[in-house]
Design a protein around this ligand. Structure first.
Ligand code: ADP
Ligand code: MG
Length: 737
């Protein structure tokens, strides 16, 4: 008998998923001992886990025919006893398994090609259900490569006469046993409580929970499966989004923010924007407004800014910093590496001087003496502080300790450094705004400990990332943050022509020739060497080898070498040489991926390109095409895997980072993205963040509305318990007072 959502037995209270999560899966009939251990090691520990373990697919066996009634062309299920099994090997690489199955009225031959394992399951005398298409061969009916079900307890069970779930095999537990176990668990769990309000179900046309769980496994018809799945997908997202909404509420209520001033006199942001030698893009304008509104609010900002390489994030970051400065606070940018911190320093000071807001170098004055500052023409004092450099945008060089004293005294407006420096070493007088640059380090969003730097109030926080993240993914990865996207490039950017060639013979020559052509036109080239997972040393060795090889190919050109094993002094001098045009070709490892800006470089050749991830290739390619000249990217690749080939062709056909990021997810599967994450919630079993975007948006809206009206879910204890129990350790802190 198959459970149907009929009347529950009177007097039995409905069980919640939280309650069923406390029941060990080993207590389910058919799941004992070894089987329980196998299920647990694949993550199915409780009855809830088992109920939410959706089948891979279903087979419609509602049409069962006696063997004598079969006709050629039928898609049918045959039930019978195995009478004979044989394996033949007509050729070395071919096996044919044949079985004869009889139902007492007639018999039919079943044939499988190259599926020798079928012979191990099919013993003479056992009862089986075979589903497939009926054919004729040499005058007799035959069923080719049918799906097989070994019927453990006779034909009168869950495997025949209905739509049958097919599960992924777990350890030695086949689909037949899982079907029996799930069925048993379902019978014993009913009635199952539905914690979602009726109004919500109606708004989104969702079926009740018990019906969904029932028909994801044992639907009456295939049509029921998709409605069931949609409800379960919604539930997964909803739990996740409730946790995110609660996280956000907690962040807000646990902290005191700063209400920054938006249009004081003088308005530094306006002055900065007016002074720039270019017009802001619409996206930059919009995002600067979004950030301004956040910063003016008395609640600390937690905002993610994402935008393509070259979309102009630095301008936006400077505007945010200036909102802080014009309100009388200090501001900081934190970068993950020294190279990047320096790059930001160059970028920020250049933009400020373009806007004529850099300090004037008028005569010898004491370093941080504010006395000479004209209040109508404020000049922004910027400092760089890394392990190897301490600098300011004034002429004076105060040295490290002078700089630290200046920051502590509140005389420096903007401090740029690495995460570590700013988080630990530096004392600020009044830190009011911080920009954290995460580059492409996707997913890492540990709460930055900045409170003590701001005298009790939480500075406003803007996290920048260059990884174009599909919208759905950013909603889940960074769901507790607000998100701003720079989804528009400054005018005049050209597409980088991207083509791939084999790394051998004539094709390699073509790549060499293209480098030479560019250099002869006065341009410069990057050659990037392959990524070596977890080994800077091996990576460096391959760059050195490539450098030597290219010296023989281009004896007349000026070549430079850059890799992670070089000292920072050496690196800087090579980079300076390339920037100033003293080098024609820069051979490097992926160290150049981060933020290098040399507009005269117009060609990039990437070796073993198929071994890079798509987002990394995209980052790399972003190093060229930054100037007035047309640029190209040559992928040297001889892909050995399907995924590798798919990535190369994606790079050739797409230039939009968002589309590439989605493609990347599609190629890798979103599971890896979640798996690689360092923090966050990982309860997605059925849902697919790309395919189920509509459910994600709906669940997010509902979850945030719910938590807005009831931040601790006091009025929704069942939802609270479910989130708490199913999401586990990740969310436990939300429930402590
Ligand atoms: P990102 O940090 O997003 O990669 P940057 O902020 O470094 O990009 O900007 C890349 C380049 O584009 C810089 O040289 C910057 O001055 C310039 N830029 C930024 N915004 C604009 C704009 N609206 N119009 C023209 N050029 C711009
Ligand atoms: Mg604020």
């Amino acid at each position: 008998m198959v459970p149907t959502p009929d009347q529950p037995s009177p007097g039995v209270p409905a069980r919640s998923l939280a309650y069923l999560h406390a029941v060990d899966v080993g207590r389910v009939k058919w799941i004992r001992g070894k089987r329980a251990a196998a299920l647990k090691s694949s993550g199915i520990r409780s009855v809830t886990d088992l109920l939410l373990h959706a089948p891979r697919r279903h087979i419609d066996r509602s049409r069962r025919l006696a063997i004598g009634e079969l006709a050629v062309g039928d898609e049918a299920t045959v039930i019978g006893r195995v009478e004979r099994v044989s394996v033949r090997r007509p050729r070395p690489r071919m096996s044919i398994v044949e079985a004869t199955v009889s139902d007492g009225h007639g018999s039919i031959k079943a044939v499988w090609f190259n599926q020798q394992y079928q012979a191990r399951r099919l013993e003479r005398g056992i009862e089986v259900a075979l589903s497939g298409r009926i054919d004729r061969y040499r005058g007799r009916l035959q069923i080719n490569s049918p799906a097989v079900d070994v019927l453990e307890s006779g034909p009168d069970n869950l495997a025949v006469g209905r739509v049958v779930p097919v599960y992924r095999t777990i350890g030695s537990i086949g689909t037949g046993v899982l079907r029996l176990a799930v069925h048993n668990a379902l019978l014993r769990s009913r009635p199952i409580l539905d914690p979602l309000p009726d109004g919500l179900l109606e708004r989104h046309e969702l079926v009740p929970r018990e019906e969904a769980i029932n028909s994801i496994h044992f639907p009456e018809s295939l049509a029921e499966v998709s409605a069931a799945r949609r409800r379960l997908v919604f539930d997964e997202f909803f739990r996740h989004e409730v946790a995110l909404a609660m996280t956000r509420k907690r962040n807000e209520s646990d902290s005191v923010g700063i209400a920054h001033r938006l249009h004081p006199e003088p308005d530094l942001v306006e002055r900065f924007i007016d002074g720039l030698p270019f017009q802001l893009t619409g996206a930059q304008r919009r995002v600067i407004d979004e950030i301004g509104a956040d910063m003016a609010a008395p609640v600390p900002m937690h905002r993610l800014l994402h935008g393509e390489v070259g979309s102009g994030k630095t301008v936006v970051a400077v505007a945010a910093l200036l909102v802080g400065v014009q309100s009388g606070y200090q501001a900081a940018i934190m970068a993950p590496t020294e190279v990047l911190a320096e790059q930001h320093y160059e970028g920020v000071t250049r933009l400020l001087s373009e806007a004529r807001m850099a300090p004037r170098f008028a005569g010898p004055r004491s370093l941080f003496d504010p006395a000479h500052d004209d209040p109508d023409r404020p000049r922004i004092k910027v400092a760089l502080l890394t392990g190897s450099r301490a600098d300011t945008n004034r002429r004076e060089r105060p040295g490290r300790s002078g700089l630290l004293a200046g920051i502590a005294a509140g005389e420096v407006d903007i401090v740029i450094g690495t995460h570590a420096l700013i988080q630990e070493g530096v004392r600020f007088a009044r830190l009011g705004a911080a920009v954290v640059d995460e580059q492409h380090r996707f997913g890492v969003h540990q709460r930055v400990k900045l409170k003590e730097k701001a005298q009790g109030a939480d500075p406003d926080l803007l996290i920048m990332t260059a990884t174009p993240i599909p919208r759905t993914l950013s909603m889940t990865l960074y769901g507790a943050l607000d998100v701003s996207a720079l989804d528009e490039m400054p005018a005049g950017r050209k597409r980088v022509r991207t083509w791939s060639v084999s790394a051998v013979g004539e094709e390699l020559e073509r790549a060499h020739q293209s480098i030479r052509d560019e250099v002869e036109k006065g341009r410069q080239a990057f050659v990037v060497c392959p990524l070596v997972e977890d080994s800077d040393r091996v990576e460096a060795a391959s760059a050195i080898a490539e450098f030597r090889r290219l010296r023989r190919v281009f004896p007349d050109l000026r070549l430079g070498l850059l890799h992670g094993q070089m000292r920072s002094e050496e690196k800087r001098s090579v980079m300076d040489g390339f920037r100033s045009g003293d080098l024609d070709v820069l051979v490097s490892t992926t160290v150049i991926e981060v933020g290098v800006d040399v507009p005269n470089a117009t060609i990039m050749v990437i070796r073993d390109a198929d071994r890079f991830g798509l987002s990394q290739l995209h980052q790399l390619r972003g190093r060229v095409g930054r100037g007035a000249h047309p640029a190209q990217c040559v992928l040297l690749a001889d892909p050995t895997t399907k995924d590798g080939a798919a990535r190369i062709s994606a790079m050739e056909s797409m230039s939009d980072g968002y589309r590439l990021a989605e493609e990347d997810l599609r190629i890798r599967g979103h599971g890896t993205v979640f798996g690689a994450r360092q923090s966050g919630f990982s309860d997605l079993r059925i849902a697919d963040i790309l395919a189920d975007e509509a459910e994600l948006s709906a669940a997010r809206q509902e979850a945030f509305d719910l938590v807005d009206g009831d931040p601790r879910l006091d009025a929704h204890p069942d939802i609270r318990e479910e989130v708490r129990v199913l999401l586990g350790d990740e969310v436990e802190w939300l429930f402590k007072s």
